[in-house]
Design a protein around this ligand. Structure first.
Ligand code: AHG
Ligand code: MN
Ligand code: MN
Ligand code: MN
Length: 336
């Protein structure tokens, strides 16, 4: 008899994508091959991250990047792994990476029709203390498969991304993925012994827990809408009588970890001001949160409808349970 407590049937990421893509009439398997390359890169990055201390690839390189951040050795390694495997897939035309000032245009012999915007290693400040970090990616298809790829193929609203996902290197390695229009988010956990991502989180939908996630150290820079929202989750409204239960505060400092928790448990994640990058942090996470039944906003408009002015353009972002994001947007309306 089938023992319920032991997984005796499993679906791998590759099989799952193949099955989903087969239903797409125009699918020629290109996106499947591209996603397979991304999943291989994530497996390798996971392998290196977990051995970083042993391989002595921990710590900073001493350099700074276009973001004016101290670059960690793992930022560079992860970036090289992603760039090499994406190029070798033969399915990409343009690569946009947090760690490269300019877009990378793939040479003709290896050129394909997809543009991948990625953060090779998100949460770098958490590497040395062993806290969860991750890789984030968003994929556009070139506008004209007969034309010459250009920045116009990536400086586009997030609504035009065909797929987005992240891989979190935490207590386990989990790759979470959504396809534009699918309204579905699926999570696959890496079994390092068989080297496969196995479907473990089918059709993820935001939970209902009352959690808020923000770096309160930046409070002096918050506008009144954010301050008003934070007050409302910590203190009872004026005139309130009876029991009041404040929200829980959870903040990891790696966007991948804070967003993964927000999708699984519910709640709200906010990074007001302009630190997070639109193309390879805000857009992919917004596509995922919306597909999981949540909402993602700049505070004043739907995040995915923003058109980035430059590759590393930044935006404030508020994402999570729809009701919570609605409250913040309402406070911005009162502010303006
Ligand atoms: P990255 O490590 O790719 O540069 O991204 C770091 C980002 C994001 O992961 C996180 O949400 C945010 O920085 C944390 O910023 P603070 O340390 O200012 O809270
Ligand atoms: Mn960085
Ligand atoms: Mn990041
Ligand atoms: Mn990064």
């Amino acid at each position: 008899t089938k023992r319920e407590d032991l997984r005796t049937d499993f679906v791998t990421l590759t099989n799952d994508i193949l099955q989903r893509q087969q239903h797409q009439p125009q699918a020629k398997g290109d996106l499947t091959i591209l996603l397979s390359a991304i999943s291989s890169a994530c497996k390798w990055i996971s392998n290196v991250v977990r051995k970083a201390e042993l391989l002595k690839v921990i710590g900073v390189t001493g350099g700074t990047n276009v973001q004016n951040e101290n670059v960690q050795k793992l930022d560079i390694l992860s970036n090289q792994i992603m760039c090499n495997l994406l190029r070798d897939s033969g399915k990409t035309a343009i690569l946009v990476s947090e760690e490269d000032d300019d877009a990378i245009f793939i040479e003709d012999g290896k050129k394909g029709f997809y543009c991948v915007c990625f953060d090779p290693l998100d949460g770098s400040s958490n590497i040395d203390c062993g806290v969860s970090i991750g890789t984030i990616f968003g994929i556009y298809r070139v506008k004209d498969t007969h034309g010459k790829p250009s920045l116009a193929d990536v400086l586009r609203p997030g609504t035009e991304m065909v797929a987005a996902g992240y891989c979190m290197y935490g207590s386990s390695t989990v790759l979470v993925l959504t396809f534009q229009g699918s309204n579905e988010v699926n999570g696959y956990t890496l079994d390092p012994h068989i080297g496969e991502f196995v479907l473990t989180h089918r059709n993820m939908k935001l939970g209902k827990k009352k959690i808020y996630s923000i770096n309160e150290g930046n409070e002096s820079t918050f506008d009144d809408a954010i301050k008003g929202y934070l007050k409302s989750v910590k203190y009872p409204p004026p005139g309130h009588t009876g029991k009041f239960t404040p929200y829980s505060a959870r903040y990891v400092g790696s966007m991948v970890a804070d967003v993964h928790r927000t999708i699984l448990y519910g709640g709200i994640f906010m990074y007001p001001g302009g630190k997070l990058r639109i193309l390879y942090e805000c857009f992919p996470m917004s596509l995922l949160v919306e597909a999981a039944g949540g909402k993602a906003s700049t505070g004043r408009k739907r995040m995915l409808e923003v058109t980035p002015e430059s590759l590393h353009a930044r935006s404030g972002i508020i994402l999570g349970t729809k009701e919570e994001v609605d409250k913040v947007e309402e406070l911005y309306k009162q502010l303006d």
